[in-house]
Design a protein around this ligand. Structure first.
Ligand code: NAI
Length: 725
């Protein structure tokens, strides 16, 4: 075997070491899946083996789960349903054979065990994990549109009860070792390094080779569907899942079905039920789209798929952040975590110190959670220098500017900072709205000037949008991406333009909500419909979050820039009145479409005077149509960005949309949505909306041409990649 090593000691205990060659982390590749049955067979049939300990040979973890790249296509490759079932059953069947092999098997979990990794250990009779904050145990499959398909739905439900298991699996939540022990997922936590010994000791002490569910006296904790308490789990759980997912995720429903049906039958049948629902889920467009965008494409971007190959790899060690406000401080924090020395500059020492205090606050949270120790805390905080002294910029590989959103101020700090920069160093602006080409006019080295657009809050948001000015050079792109990869964020690279890619397309969601408000939809209905599409919040709530006065500011700037070509958006007057006459700025001053004095927030009662409710129809047909309207409006804008050359890679467009503004993840992203809808159907529906609501819905010529020629975005892209190879 390539991936497993088996050493039998004098006591007859086999140490099975899982170690995929040439990879830093174990995953369940097709090679591993093929070898697991061999491992089980050996344990079962080798008379010299009395029991077995399963552990990992990797320092980085036990196993991160299925190799989704292998799996996504692999299981469905045969074409027939039976082939797909057989492929899906392979792991399930092997793990069932392991837990019924007649010999005690213990898992020594010496690193993170997620998805299929944790499922392997659940098929062992005993689980012991090291006491390390780095170890996470969980079943996160739901995050890519799947659910556990290696026995997890059945074993976890039988271990900790339906309610707790459903919660863990529907949220994809992971547990630290002590919490996992408290929940009943593992049996023992020992000091790091002692996992194998503890597992051995359990076997030597006569550990039983029978799973609780194979014992005749087994009772499902909390009860099953026909138990008075158990039924509640399904009644309430069903409603809760519906509330969370709005029926957008087949994985959520199929997960619940697998648990509901599975816990009523013996384990062998239960596992077959799980595999059936698993394969059914894997075949849905939602799972296919989510796996591609949220896992495969994201991973490719994380590894620098769009980095110019000709530029040698760089490693930024010292980076200056100009402006220690909300964004600057957040950036300083993620840099510190990545081991980058940071100079944090503001107008006066007090403002700079305030920024550093925010870094300290975030680091304290990590300290209190045990993610770093005091020495590390001191070192990380010490790596950030709060100052007003531009001389300290000297030696920086990169400067990130995050001062006020004002051209003159940005121009001034650009000049001052550049005077300190060595050749080859890059200047990045975190502007959210100002075109990069214009800002670069203040620079004496525009080839080194680039947009590096973070999202708020910086410590949580995974995406960074890199924006190219007209004169930005290849080296600046490559160095910016090296920096973004170092701080462990996902980069996309887009071309300059009003609102770049993410703000421009996100803006259409918010603006369409406003149009609905003007048409007479009830505000509550607008936000409910928004959430029902799978967007994280409704358009009015999101508008409050980004601030209404900011919208007014941007609209005024756009009017100034476009002159006669400017057309105010529908509903625009409502916002203007709210800001200019009523001082309602949004969440930031507690007054917007909602009032924030009470929790939960309440819709502002005065809104009905500004926008009287005229539409009282809430039939499912209307709701479906308006849901589609909100998604289409965004997708049309994405296609327009493509036509204008703002974006040109479907991976960036999809991953960027989901990570930046929460574009309904179940779709796999706007480009996947257009492809899966079919270009012809998409264009036809967009034309219907254009006739009804206006030219903002008109599909760009590009889409018409693609529809005509039977092309798709991902089809074209695959062709391009093939040609390049
Ligand atoms: P902020 O107002 O919290 O921070 C700006 C900081 O810049 C303040 O501490 C201010 O004292 C400092 N500053 C102003 N003039 C300066 C000068 N001449 N020299 C040095 N420091 C100076 O603003 P925030 O929200 O952090 O935004 C900063 C930039 O990031 C803006 O360009 C904004 O458009 C952009 N941005 C903001 C996002 C957000 O959600 N707030 C998201 C993405 C980008």
């Amino acid at each position: 075997m390539e991936n497993f090593k088996i050493d039998v000691d004098a006591d007859g205990i086999a140490l099975v070491t899982f170690d995929v060659p040439g990879r830093s982390m174990n995953t369940l590749t097709s090679g591993v899946m093929a070898e697991i049955p061999q491992v089980v067979e050996r344990i079962k049939t080798d008379d010299a083996i009395k029991g077995a300990v399963l552990t990992s040979g990797k320092a980085s973890g036990f196993c991160a789960g299925a190799d989704l790249g292998d799996m996504a296509g692999g299981m469905l490759a045969g074409g027939s349903l039976q082939d797909a079932f057989d492929a899906g059953w392979r792991l399930n069947g092997a793990l069932r054979a392991l837990e019924t092999c007649g010999k005690p098997v213990a898992a020594a979990i010496n690193g993170l065990a997620l998805g299929g990794g944790l499922e392997m250990t659940l098929a062992c009779h005993y689980r012991v994990a090291g006491d390390s904050p780095k170890i996470q145990l969980g079943l996160p499959e739901i995050k890519v549109g799947l659910f556990p398909g290696g026995g997890g739905t059945q074993r976890l439900s039988r271990l900790i009860g339906v309610q707790a298991a459903m919660m863990a699996m529907s949220e994809g939540k992971s547990f630290r070792p002590n919490d996992a022990k408290g929940a009943g997922i593992i049996h023992e936590v020992v000091p790091v390094g002692g996992e194998v010994e503890a597992a051995r000791a359990w076997i030597k002490a006569g550990g039983k080779a029978v799973q609780p569910w194979d014992d005749k006296s087994f009772k499902l904790p909390g009860g099953g569907p026909y138990h008075p308490a158990g039924i509640q789990n399904f009644l309430v759980g069903n409603a809760m899942l519906r509330k969370q997912s709005y029926g957008n995720y087949p994985a959520v429903l199929n997960l619940m079905k697998a648990v509901y049906e599975g816990v009523q039958v013996p384990m062998d049948a239960a596992l077959r039920i799980e595999t059936r629902y698993f394969i059914k889920t894997l075949m849905t467009p939602q799972a296919q789209g989510m796996i591609r965008s949220l896992f495969l494409s994201k991973q490719e971007l994380d590894k620098g798929a769009v980095r110019p190959a000709g530029v040698p790899k760089s490693d930024p060690k010292k980076v200056t952040v100009l402006g220690a406000g909300m964004m600057g401080a957040g950036i300083a924090y993620v840099q510190a975590l990545a081991g980058i020395e940071t100079i944090l500059i503001d107008r006066d020492q007090e403002a700079a110190d305030k920024g550093k205090a925010h870094v300290e606050e975030l680091l304290k949270k990590r300290l209190s959670r045990g993610q770093i120790d005091q020495a590390k805390f001191d070192a990380l905080l010490g790596s950030v220098t709060a100052t007003t002294d531009y001389d300290l910029i000297k030696g920086s590989d990169l400067v990130i500017e995050a001062v006020f959103e004002n051209r003159e101020i940005k121009a001034e700090v650009t000049k001052r900072a550049e005077a300190q920069l060595q050749p080859g160093a890059i200047f990045g602006s975190n502007t959210s709205t100002l075109p990069i080409t214009g800002l670069a006019e203040a620079s004496v080295r525009p080839e080194d000037f680039i947009g590096i657009h973070f999202f708020s809050p910086v410590d949580k948001m995974m995406l960074v949008e890199v924006i190219l000015g007209e004169k930005t050079g290849e080296a600046a792109i490559a160095k910016s991406l090296d920096y973004i990869m170092k701080i462990k964020k996902t980069p996309i690279v887009v071309n300059d333009g009003r609102g770049f890619y993410t703000s421009r397309c996100f803006g259409t969601y918010v603006a369409e909500g406003l149009a609905m408000l003007e048409e007479g939809y009830a505000p509550a209905m607008i936000d409910n419909i928004g959430r029902m599409t799978g967007m994280p919040r409704g358009p009015l709530e999101m508008h409050d979050d980004v601030a209404l006065d900011l919208s007014v500011k941007i609209a005024k700037q756009t009017k100034e820039d476009l002159g006669d070509a400017y057309e105010p958006l529908p509903g625009w007057k409502i916002v203007q009145t709210m800001v200019e006459d009523l001082g309602r700025y949004g969440r930031k001053n507690g007054k917007g479409f909602y009032d924030y004095e009470t929790k939960p927030k309440k819709l502002w009662s005065g809104l009905s005077d500004l926008a009287p409710v005229k539409i009282n129809d809430s039939t499912p047909e209307l709701v479906e149509d308006q849901k589609r309207r909100l998604l289409y409006r965004q997708a049309v804008e994405v296609a327009r960005c493509w036509e204008e050359g703002v974006i040109d890679d479907p991976r960036e467009a999809d991953v960027g949309a989901i990570l930046a503004w929460g574009f309904a993840p179940w779709t796999g992203g706007p480009i996947t949505m257009i492809d899966q809808t079919g270009l012809k159907a998409f264009v036809a529906q967009a034309d219907v909306y254009a006739a009804k609501y206006g030219p903002r819905f008109s599909p760009p010529q590009l889409l018409r041409d693609m529809a005509e020629q039977g092309r798709t975005f991902y089809g074209d892209f695959a062709g391009k990649q093939k040609a390049a190879a």
